[in-house]
Design a binder for this molecule. Structure first.
Ligand code: ZN
Length: 519
Protein backbone atom coordinates (compact mmCIF):
# COMPACT_ATOMS: atom_id res chain seq x y z
CA UNK A 1 0.00 0.00 0.00
CA UNK A 2 1.31 3.45 -0.75
CA UNK A 3 2.06 5.89 2.05
CA UNK A 4 -0.97 7.82 3.17
CA UNK A 5 0.44 9.53 6.21
CA UNK A 6 3.73 10.47 7.82
CA UNK A 7 4.31 9.97 11.51
CA UNK A 8 6.82 12.50 12.82
CA UNK A 9 8.27 11.63 16.20
CA UNK A 10 10.59 13.76 18.32
CA UNK A 11 11.82 11.83 21.37
CA UNK A 12 10.36 13.21 24.59
CA UNK A 13 12.76 15.40 26.54
CA UNK A 14 13.52 14.39 30.11
CA UNK A 15 11.21 16.14 32.57
CA UNK A 16 14.10 17.58 34.55
CA UNK A 17 13.73 21.20 33.47
CA UNK A 18 12.43 23.45 30.72
CA UNK A 19 13.51 23.12 27.09
CA UNK A 20 16.54 25.22 26.28
CA UNK A 21 17.50 26.52 22.85
CA UNK A 22 19.57 23.41 22.13
CA UNK A 23 16.42 21.30 22.18
CA UNK A 24 14.58 23.80 20.01
CA UNK A 25 17.35 24.37 17.45
CA UNK A 26 17.76 20.61 17.16
CA UNK A 27 14.76 18.36 16.72
CA UNK A 28 11.76 20.46 17.72
CA UNK A 29 11.89 23.38 15.28
CA UNK A 30 12.83 20.98 12.46
CA UNK A 31 9.88 18.67 13.17
CA UNK A 32 7.51 21.63 13.33
CA UNK A 33 8.81 23.15 10.09
CA UNK A 34 8.50 19.89 8.20
CA UNK A 35 5.02 19.26 9.58
CA UNK A 36 3.79 22.74 8.61
CA UNK A 37 5.26 22.32 5.11
CA UNK A 38 3.75 18.86 4.56
CA UNK A 39 0.36 20.07 5.78
CA UNK A 40 0.47 23.08 3.43
CA UNK A 41 0.81 20.53 0.63
CA UNK A 42 -2.34 18.79 1.79
CA UNK A 43 -0.58 15.73 3.20
CA UNK A 44 -1.61 13.87 6.34
CA UNK A 45 1.14 14.25 8.88
CA UNK A 46 1.06 13.72 12.65
CA UNK A 47 3.63 15.11 15.08
CA UNK A 48 4.13 13.47 18.45
CA UNK A 49 6.38 14.27 21.39
CA UNK A 50 5.88 14.82 25.13
CA UNK A 51 7.98 14.54 28.25
CA UNK A 52 9.67 11.57 29.89
CA UNK A 53 9.44 11.24 33.66
CA UNK A 54 11.02 7.79 34.03
CA UNK A 55 14.60 8.85 33.29
CA UNK A 56 17.06 8.60 36.19
CA UNK A 57 18.12 12.16 35.35
CA UNK A 58 14.84 13.30 36.89
CA UNK A 59 15.99 11.82 40.20
CA UNK A 60 19.52 13.23 40.03
CA UNK A 61 18.36 16.73 39.01
CA UNK A 62 15.68 16.75 41.73
CA UNK A 63 18.31 15.74 44.28
CA UNK A 64 20.67 18.56 43.19
CA UNK A 65 17.84 21.10 43.34
CA UNK A 66 16.50 19.86 46.65
CA UNK A 67 13.00 19.16 45.35
CA UNK A 68 11.00 15.96 45.09
CA UNK A 69 11.17 14.13 41.72
CA UNK A 70 7.38 14.24 41.30
CA UNK A 71 7.39 18.01 41.87
CA UNK A 72 10.19 18.44 39.32
CA UNK A 73 8.26 16.37 36.76
CA UNK A 74 5.07 18.39 37.25
CA UNK A 75 6.90 21.73 36.88
CA UNK A 76 8.93 20.56 33.88
CA UNK A 77 5.87 19.15 32.09
CA UNK A 78 4.19 22.56 32.29
CA UNK A 79 7.35 24.43 31.26
CA UNK A 80 8.09 22.20 28.27
CA UNK A 81 4.53 22.54 26.94
CA UNK A 82 4.60 26.32 27.49
CA UNK A 83 7.94 26.72 25.71
CA UNK A 84 6.80 24.71 22.69
CA UNK A 85 3.69 26.90 22.50
CA UNK A 86 5.68 30.13 22.93
CA UNK A 87 7.93 29.16 20.02
CA UNK A 88 4.97 28.20 17.85
CA UNK A 89 5.98 24.54 17.77
CA UNK A 90 2.64 22.82 17.29
CA UNK A 91 2.59 19.32 18.70
CA UNK A 92 -0.39 17.11 17.89
CA UNK A 93 0.29 14.42 20.49
CA UNK A 94 1.92 15.33 23.81
CA UNK A 95 2.66 12.34 26.04
CA UNK A 96 2.88 12.40 29.81
CA UNK A 97 3.16 10.14 32.82
CA UNK A 98 -0.47 9.01 32.99
CA UNK A 99 -1.86 5.51 33.51
CA UNK A 100 -2.73 5.05 29.86
CA UNK A 101 0.93 5.41 28.88
CA UNK A 102 2.21 3.24 31.72
CA UNK A 103 -0.29 0.48 30.96
CA UNK A 104 0.61 0.51 27.28
CA UNK A 105 4.35 0.22 27.97
CA UNK A 106 3.68 -2.78 30.22
CA UNK A 107 1.29 -4.27 27.66
CA UNK A 108 3.71 -3.80 24.76
CA UNK A 109 6.71 -5.24 26.61
CA UNK A 110 4.45 -8.00 27.91
CA UNK A 111 3.83 -9.04 24.32
CA UNK A 112 7.58 -9.14 23.57
CA UNK A 113 8.03 -11.18 26.75
CA UNK A 114 5.13 -13.56 25.96
CA UNK A 115 6.63 -14.19 22.51
CA UNK A 116 9.76 -15.44 24.28
CA UNK A 117 11.95 -12.66 22.88
CA UNK A 118 13.29 -11.37 26.19
CA UNK A 119 15.92 -13.40 28.05
CA UNK A 120 17.24 -13.44 31.58
CA UNK A 121 20.86 -12.45 31.94
CA UNK A 122 23.08 -11.94 34.93
CA UNK A 123 24.79 -8.57 34.45
CA UNK A 124 27.28 -6.70 36.60
CA UNK A 125 26.21 -3.26 37.78
CA UNK A 126 27.99 -0.62 39.85
CA UNK A 127 26.50 -0.72 43.32
CA UNK A 128 26.54 1.62 46.29
CA UNK A 129 26.72 -0.47 49.50
CA UNK A 130 26.03 2.68 51.55
CA UNK A 131 22.67 3.41 49.89
CA UNK A 132 21.98 -0.19 48.89
CA UNK A 133 21.31 0.95 45.30
CA UNK A 134 22.37 -0.22 41.88
CA UNK A 135 23.80 2.63 39.80
CA UNK A 136 22.50 2.71 36.23
CA UNK A 137 22.13 5.47 33.64
CA UNK A 138 22.26 8.91 35.30
CA UNK A 139 23.20 7.43 38.68
CA UNK A 140 26.58 6.23 37.36
CA UNK A 141 29.29 8.53 35.99
CA UNK A 142 32.54 7.59 34.30
CA UNK A 143 34.28 7.21 30.95
CA UNK A 144 32.66 5.71 27.86
CA UNK A 145 34.43 2.43 27.04
CA UNK A 146 33.91 3.13 23.33
CA UNK A 147 35.08 6.74 22.86
CA UNK A 148 36.49 7.54 26.36
CA UNK A 149 34.30 10.65 26.73
CA UNK A 150 33.20 11.47 30.28
CA UNK A 151 29.53 10.98 30.87
CA UNK A 152 26.93 8.76 32.46
CA UNK A 153 25.87 5.19 31.86
CA UNK A 154 23.10 4.31 29.43
CA UNK A 155 23.83 6.20 26.23
CA UNK A 156 27.03 8.01 25.36
CA UNK A 157 26.27 11.63 24.40
CA UNK A 158 29.50 11.71 22.44
CA UNK A 159 29.53 8.55 20.28
CA UNK A 160 25.91 7.40 20.62
CA UNK A 161 26.83 3.87 21.72
CA UNK A 162 25.02 1.93 24.42
CA UNK A 163 27.09 2.14 27.61
CA UNK A 164 26.44 -0.63 30.12
CA UNK A 165 26.85 0.82 33.62
CA UNK A 166 29.21 -2.04 34.51
CA UNK A 167 31.53 -1.10 31.61
CA UNK A 168 32.07 2.57 32.57
CA UNK A 169 35.72 3.51 33.09
CA UNK A 170 36.52 4.85 36.58
CA UNK A 171 32.89 4.45 37.57
CA UNK A 172 31.52 6.52 40.45
CA UNK A 173 28.24 7.55 42.02
CA UNK A 174 27.11 10.55 39.93
CA UNK A 175 25.49 12.24 42.91
CA UNK A 176 28.37 11.63 45.31
CA UNK A 177 31.80 10.93 43.81
CA UNK A 178 33.13 10.14 47.31
CA UNK A 179 30.68 7.24 47.74
CA UNK A 180 32.65 3.95 47.49
CA UNK A 181 31.25 1.93 44.57
CA UNK A 182 31.52 -1.84 44.18
CA UNK A 183 30.28 -4.18 41.45
CA UNK A 184 27.33 -6.43 42.06
CA UNK A 185 25.45 -8.92 39.89
CA UNK A 186 21.73 -8.73 39.16
CA UNK A 187 19.46 -10.78 36.92
CA UNK A 188 17.60 -8.61 34.41
CA UNK A 189 15.60 -9.21 31.25
CA UNK A 190 17.39 -8.24 28.05
CA UNK A 191 16.59 -8.07 24.35
CA UNK A 192 19.40 -9.96 22.59
CA UNK A 193 19.76 -7.30 19.90
CA UNK A 194 22.56 -9.25 18.20
CA UNK A 195 19.94 -11.66 16.81
CA UNK A 196 18.46 -8.82 14.78
CA UNK A 197 21.73 -7.33 13.54
CA UNK A 198 21.59 -8.80 10.04
CA UNK A 199 18.03 -7.58 9.58
CA UNK A 200 18.92 -4.14 10.97
CA UNK A 201 21.82 -3.91 8.51
CA UNK A 202 19.58 -4.93 5.64
CA UNK A 203 16.91 -2.44 6.69
CA UNK A 204 19.31 0.49 6.89
CA UNK A 205 21.14 -0.55 3.72
CA UNK A 206 17.79 -0.46 1.92
CA UNK A 207 17.08 3.00 3.38
CA UNK A 208 20.58 4.47 3.14
CA UNK A 209 19.29 7.90 2.07
CA UNK A 210 17.29 8.17 5.28
CA UNK A 211 20.26 8.96 7.52
CA UNK A 212 22.52 11.97 7.80
CA UNK A 213 26.25 11.20 7.36
CA UNK A 214 27.29 11.16 11.02
CA UNK A 215 24.49 8.76 11.95
CA UNK A 216 25.19 6.59 8.90
CA UNK A 217 28.81 6.33 10.03
CA UNK A 218 27.86 5.55 13.65
CA UNK A 219 25.28 2.95 12.58
CA UNK A 220 27.88 1.34 10.37
CA UNK A 221 30.27 1.16 13.33
CA UNK A 222 27.60 -0.30 15.64
CA UNK A 223 26.21 -2.82 13.18
CA UNK A 224 29.57 -4.08 11.90
CA UNK A 225 30.27 -6.07 15.07
CA UNK A 226 28.23 -7.99 17.65
CA UNK A 227 25.65 -5.86 19.43
CA UNK A 228 25.44 -5.88 23.22
CA UNK A 229 22.42 -7.29 25.04
CA UNK A 230 19.99 -4.45 25.65
CA UNK A 231 18.64 -4.43 29.22
CA UNK A 232 14.87 -4.06 29.19
CA UNK A 233 14.60 -4.09 32.98
CA UNK A 234 16.72 -2.38 35.63
CA UNK A 235 17.09 -3.35 39.31
CA UNK A 236 16.12 0.11 40.54
CA UNK A 237 12.89 1.61 41.86
CA UNK A 238 12.42 4.80 39.73
CA UNK A 239 10.42 3.97 36.61
CA UNK A 240 7.56 1.82 35.37
CA UNK A 241 7.20 -1.37 37.45
CA UNK A 242 7.37 -4.57 35.38
CA UNK A 243 4.95 -7.46 35.96
CA UNK A 244 7.44 -10.23 35.15
CA UNK A 245 7.95 -12.71 38.01
CA UNK A 246 11.64 -13.40 37.30
CA UNK A 247 12.51 -9.77 37.83
CA UNK A 248 9.94 -8.81 40.43
CA UNK A 249 10.39 -5.31 41.81
CA UNK A 250 12.38 -4.08 38.78
CA UNK A 251 11.43 -1.27 36.42
CA UNK A 252 11.52 -0.73 32.67
CA UNK A 253 14.80 0.71 31.35
CA UNK A 254 13.55 4.15 30.19
CA UNK A 255 15.35 3.64 26.87
CA UNK A 256 13.38 0.40 26.36
CA UNK A 257 10.17 2.47 26.32
CA UNK A 258 11.20 4.02 22.98
CA UNK A 259 8.92 2.11 20.60
CA UNK A 260 5.90 1.81 22.92
CA UNK A 261 6.27 5.52 23.69
CA UNK A 262 6.54 6.43 19.97
CA UNK A 263 3.35 4.50 19.19
CA UNK A 264 1.54 6.16 22.08
CA UNK A 265 2.71 9.63 20.95
CA UNK A 266 1.43 9.08 17.42
CA UNK A 267 -1.87 7.60 18.69
CA UNK A 268 -2.41 10.76 20.77
CA UNK A 269 -1.49 12.87 17.75
CA UNK A 270 -4.05 11.05 15.61
CA UNK A 271 -6.76 11.50 18.24
CA UNK A 272 -6.08 15.21 18.53
CA UNK A 273 -6.48 15.63 14.76
CA UNK A 274 -9.56 13.45 14.52
CA UNK A 275 -7.81 10.58 12.71
CA UNK A 276 -9.31 7.26 13.74
CA UNK A 277 -6.79 4.73 15.00
CA UNK A 278 -7.35 1.18 16.23
CA UNK A 279 -5.37 0.86 19.47
CA UNK A 280 -2.09 2.45 20.51
CA UNK A 281 -0.15 0.64 17.78
CA UNK A 282 -2.77 0.92 15.03
CA UNK A 283 -0.80 3.44 12.96
CA UNK A 284 2.32 1.31 13.07
CA UNK A 285 0.94 -1.89 11.54
CA UNK A 286 2.86 -3.11 8.49
CA UNK A 287 1.10 -2.22 5.27
CA UNK A 288 -1.06 0.34 7.06
CA UNK A 289 0.24 3.22 4.97
CA UNK A 290 2.39 5.04 7.54
CA UNK A 291 5.88 6.35 6.94
CA UNK A 292 7.72 6.89 10.24
CA UNK A 293 10.35 9.60 10.61
CA UNK A 294 12.30 10.71 13.66
CA UNK A 295 13.81 14.10 14.38
CA UNK A 296 16.26 13.44 17.19
CA UNK A 297 19.55 14.25 18.85
CA UNK A 298 22.50 12.11 17.76
CA UNK A 299 22.82 10.71 21.30
CA UNK A 300 19.39 9.07 20.95
CA UNK A 301 20.14 6.83 17.98
CA UNK A 302 20.71 3.59 19.92
CA UNK A 303 17.25 3.29 21.52
CA UNK A 304 15.35 4.67 18.53
CA UNK A 305 17.31 3.23 15.60
CA UNK A 306 18.94 0.05 16.95
CA UNK A 307 17.23 -1.44 20.02
CA UNK A 308 13.82 0.00 19.08
CA UNK A 309 13.61 -1.37 15.54
CA UNK A 310 15.03 -4.70 16.83
CA UNK A 311 12.14 -4.80 19.29
CA UNK A 312 9.71 -4.14 16.43
CA UNK A 313 11.35 -6.98 14.48
CA UNK A 314 10.68 -9.27 17.46
CA UNK A 315 7.00 -9.04 16.43
CA UNK A 316 7.79 -10.88 13.18
CA UNK A 317 6.62 -8.36 10.64
CA UNK A 318 3.65 -6.95 12.55
CA UNK A 319 5.05 -3.40 12.44
CA UNK A 320 6.29 -0.87 9.94
CA UNK A 321 9.94 0.00 10.62
CA UNK A 322 11.09 3.63 10.90
CA UNK A 323 13.37 4.44 7.98
CA UNK A 324 14.15 8.16 8.30
CA UNK A 325 16.19 9.72 11.06
CA UNK A 326 17.02 13.42 10.95
CA UNK A 327 19.73 13.75 13.57
CA UNK A 328 21.23 16.88 15.06
CA UNK A 329 24.46 17.56 16.90
CA UNK A 330 24.96 19.74 19.98
CA UNK A 331 23.88 23.37 20.00
CA UNK A 332 26.05 25.48 22.27
CA UNK A 333 25.80 28.85 23.95
CA UNK A 334 28.78 31.09 23.17
CA UNK A 335 30.71 27.98 22.10
CA UNK A 336 30.21 26.13 25.38
CA UNK A 337 27.74 23.37 26.15
CA UNK A 338 24.42 24.41 27.63
CA UNK A 339 24.51 23.65 31.34
CA UNK A 340 21.50 24.17 33.54
CA UNK A 341 23.50 23.53 36.72
CA UNK A 342 26.01 26.29 35.82
CA UNK A 343 23.27 28.67 34.66
CA UNK A 344 24.83 28.63 31.19
CA UNK A 345 21.53 28.33 29.42
CA UNK A 346 18.97 30.27 27.37
CA UNK A 347 15.40 29.11 27.66
CA UNK A 348 13.18 29.44 24.62
CA UNK A 349 10.31 30.94 26.56
CA UNK A 350 12.43 33.69 28.12
CA UNK A 351 13.93 34.61 24.76
CA UNK A 352 10.50 34.60 23.08
CA UNK A 353 9.31 37.12 25.67
CA UNK A 354 11.97 39.61 24.44
CA UNK A 355 12.50 38.80 20.77
CA UNK A 356 9.80 38.23 18.11
CA UNK A 357 9.62 34.47 17.67
CA UNK A 358 9.89 34.61 13.88
CA UNK A 359 13.36 36.09 14.37
CA UNK A 360 14.28 33.34 16.83
CA UNK A 361 12.95 30.67 14.50
CA UNK A 362 14.90 32.18 11.59
CA UNK A 363 18.15 32.38 13.57
CA UNK A 364 17.77 28.85 14.99
CA UNK A 365 17.09 27.57 11.47
CA UNK A 366 20.15 29.41 10.11
CA UNK A 367 22.38 27.98 12.86
CA UNK A 368 20.69 24.59 13.48
CA UNK A 369 23.39 21.97 14.25
CA UNK A 370 22.49 19.64 11.41
CA UNK A 371 25.94 18.23 10.79
CA UNK A 372 28.26 19.64 13.42
CA UNK A 373 28.02 21.53 16.66
CA UNK A 374 27.02 25.15 16.28
CA UNK A 375 26.58 27.97 18.73
CA UNK A 376 23.96 30.47 19.83
CA UNK A 377 24.91 34.05 20.66
CA UNK A 378 22.65 36.97 21.64
CA UNK A 379 24.67 39.50 19.62
CA UNK A 380 24.84 37.16 16.63
CA UNK A 381 21.07 36.71 16.75
CA UNK A 382 20.55 40.48 16.72
CA UNK A 383 23.10 41.08 13.95
CA UNK A 384 22.17 38.19 11.67
CA UNK A 385 18.41 38.70 11.89
CA UNK A 386 18.87 42.43 11.23
CA UNK A 387 21.18 41.96 8.22
CA UNK A 388 19.59 38.95 6.60
CA UNK A 389 15.93 39.23 7.50
CA UNK A 390 14.55 42.36 9.17
CA UNK A 391 16.26 45.15 7.20
CA UNK A 392 15.85 43.63 3.71
CA UNK A 393 12.29 42.50 4.47
CA UNK A 394 11.27 45.93 5.69
CA UNK A 395 12.70 47.62 2.56
CA UNK A 396 10.98 45.07 0.33
CA UNK A 397 7.67 45.38 2.23
CA UNK A 398 7.77 49.18 2.08
CA UNK A 399 8.26 48.98 -1.69
CA UNK A 400 5.27 46.62 -2.02
CA UNK A 401 3.22 48.91 0.21
CA UNK A 402 3.73 51.83 -2.19
CA UNK A 403 1.59 49.87 -4.66
CA UNK A 404 -0.90 48.63 -2.07
CA UNK A 405 -4.51 49.19 -3.07
CA UNK A 406 -3.55 49.63 -6.74
CA UNK A 407 -4.35 46.78 -9.00
CA UNK A 408 -4.89 44.14 -10.02
CA UNK A 409 -1.40 44.47 -11.53
CA UNK A 410 -0.22 42.16 -14.32
CA UNK A 411 2.30 39.43 -13.41
CA UNK A 412 4.81 38.94 -16.24
CA UNK A 413 5.90 35.44 -17.33
CA UNK A 414 9.41 36.07 -15.97
CA UNK A 415 8.03 36.42 -12.42
CA UNK A 416 5.82 33.36 -12.78
CA UNK A 417 8.91 31.35 -13.68
CA UNK A 418 10.87 32.90 -10.81
CA UNK A 419 8.07 32.02 -8.37
CA UNK A 420 8.04 28.40 -9.55
CA UNK A 421 11.83 28.14 -9.10
CA UNK A 422 11.61 29.69 -5.64
CA UNK A 423 8.87 27.28 -4.51
CA UNK A 424 10.84 24.33 -5.80
CA UNK A 425 14.04 25.39 -4.07
CA UNK A 426 12.31 25.69 -0.70
CA UNK A 427 10.56 22.35 -1.18
CA UNK A 428 13.99 20.77 -1.63
CA UNK A 429 14.96 21.81 1.89
CA UNK A 430 11.61 20.90 3.48
CA UNK A 431 11.09 17.39 2.10
CA UNK A 432 12.36 14.65 4.42
CA UNK A 433 14.95 13.44 1.92
CA UNK A 434 17.42 16.30 2.06
CA UNK A 435 15.59 18.21 4.82
CA UNK A 436 17.68 21.16 5.98
CA UNK A 437 16.71 24.13 8.13
CA UNK A 438 20.07 25.73 7.28
CA UNK A 439 19.30 25.73 3.56
CA UNK A 440 15.72 26.91 4.06
CA UNK A 441 17.03 29.88 6.07
CA UNK A 442 19.64 30.55 3.39
CA UNK A 443 16.94 30.52 0.73
CA UNK A 444 15.02 33.17 2.66
CA UNK A 445 18.17 35.31 2.87
CA UNK A 446 19.10 34.86 -0.80
CA UNK A 447 15.65 35.65 -2.15
CA UNK A 448 15.21 38.65 0.13
CA UNK A 449 18.56 40.01 -1.06
CA UNK A 450 17.56 39.43 -4.69
CA UNK A 451 14.21 41.18 -4.28
CA UNK A 452 15.77 43.96 -2.21
CA UNK A 453 18.09 44.77 -5.13
CA UNK A 454 15.25 44.91 -7.67
CA UNK A 455 14.26 48.27 -9.23
CA UNK A 456 10.51 48.72 -9.52
CA UNK A 457 9.34 51.62 -11.68
CA UNK A 458 6.17 50.70 -13.55
CA UNK A 459 3.01 48.64 -12.99
CA UNK A 460 4.30 45.60 -14.89
CA UNK A 461 7.47 45.47 -12.77
CA UNK A 462 5.46 46.10 -9.62
CA UNK A 463 3.05 43.22 -10.34
CA UNK A 464 5.90 40.76 -10.82
CA UNK A 465 7.75 42.08 -7.80
CA UNK A 466 4.72 41.87 -5.49
CA UNK A 467 3.90 38.37 -6.70
CA UNK A 468 7.46 37.16 -6.05
CA UNK A 469 7.40 38.69 -2.57
CA UNK A 470 4.12 36.93 -1.79
CA UNK A 471 5.57 33.68 -3.10
CA UNK A 472 8.55 34.12 -0.80
CA UNK A 473 6.27 34.67 2.21
CA UNK A 474 4.37 31.50 1.35
CA UNK A 475 7.57 29.50 0.89
CA UNK A 476 9.03 30.82 4.15
CA UNK A 477 5.77 30.24 6.05
CA UNK A 478 6.91 27.06 7.88
CA UNK A 479 9.69 29.15 9.52
CA UNK A 480 8.28 32.72 9.60
CA UNK A 481 4.92 31.69 11.03
CA UNK A 482 3.72 35.05 12.33
CA UNK A 483 4.74 37.01 9.24
CA UNK A 484 2.99 34.44 7.03
CA UNK A 485 -0.14 34.50 9.19
CA UNK A 486 -0.18 38.31 8.99
CA UNK A 487 0.05 38.26 5.18
CA UNK A 488 -1.77 35.07 4.18
CA UNK A 489 -3.89 34.20 7.22
CA UNK A 490 -3.44 31.23 9.55
CA UNK A 491 -2.16 27.92 8.16
CA UNK A 492 -1.43 29.06 4.61
CA UNK A 493 -1.57 26.34 1.96
CA UNK A 494 0.88 26.09 -0.92
CA UNK A 495 -1.18 28.54 -2.96
CA UNK A 496 -2.11 28.57 -6.63
CA UNK A 497 0.21 27.15 -9.29
CA UNK A 498 2.55 30.08 -10.02
CA UNK A 499 2.34 29.35 -13.74
CA UNK A 500 -1.40 30.12 -13.67
CA UNK A 501 -1.19 33.49 -11.91
CA UNK A 502 -1.63 36.42 -14.28
CA UNK A 503 -2.38 39.28 -11.90
CA UNK A 504 -1.90 40.32 -8.30
CA UNK A 505 -3.46 42.90 -6.01
CA UNK A 506 -0.78 44.08 -3.58
CA UNK A 507 -1.99 44.32 -0.01
CA UNK A 508 -0.22 46.19 2.78
CA UNK A 509 2.54 44.02 4.24
CA UNK A 510 3.54 44.15 7.94
CA UNK A 511 7.05 45.21 8.92
CA UNK A 512 9.31 43.19 11.21
CA UNK A 513 10.55 44.44 14.57
CA UNK A 514 14.31 44.09 15.13
CA UNK A 515 15.58 41.78 17.87
CA UNK A 516 17.12 44.63 19.84
CA UNK A 517 13.89 46.60 20.07
CA UNK A 518 12.38 44.61 22.92
CA UNK A 519 15.54 44.40 25.02
ZN1 ZN B 1 31.19 7.18 23.74
Amino acid sequence: MSTRRTLIVTPAPTANGDLHLGHLAGPFLAADVHTRYARSRGREVLLGTGFQDTSTFVVTTAHRRGVGPAELVATSAREIAATLAAMGIRVDGYTGDDDRFTKWVVDFLGRVYAAGRLELRTLKFPYSPRSGQFLVDGFAAGGCPECLAEGCAGLCESCGHLVAAGDLLDVRNALDPSDPVTMREARVLVLPVERYRDRLRAHFAANAGGLRPHMAQAMDAMLSRPLPDFPVTYPISWGIQVPFAEVAGQVVNPNAEAMAWSMHATALAAESRGVSVAGEDGLWLAGGGSEIAYFLGFDNIFPFAVAGPAMLMAFDGRYELPARYLTNEFYELDHQKFSTSRGHVVRGRELAARVPRDLIRFYLAATSPEHQRTSFGHDALARITELRLVAPWNRVAERVNRWAGRGPLPVPARSRRAAARMTERFAGSYELCGFSLNRAAEAITDHLARLDARRVTDDAEAGGFCFEVLTLVRAAAPILIDLAAGVLGPDPDDGPDPAAVTSVTPGPLPLLTPAGAGR
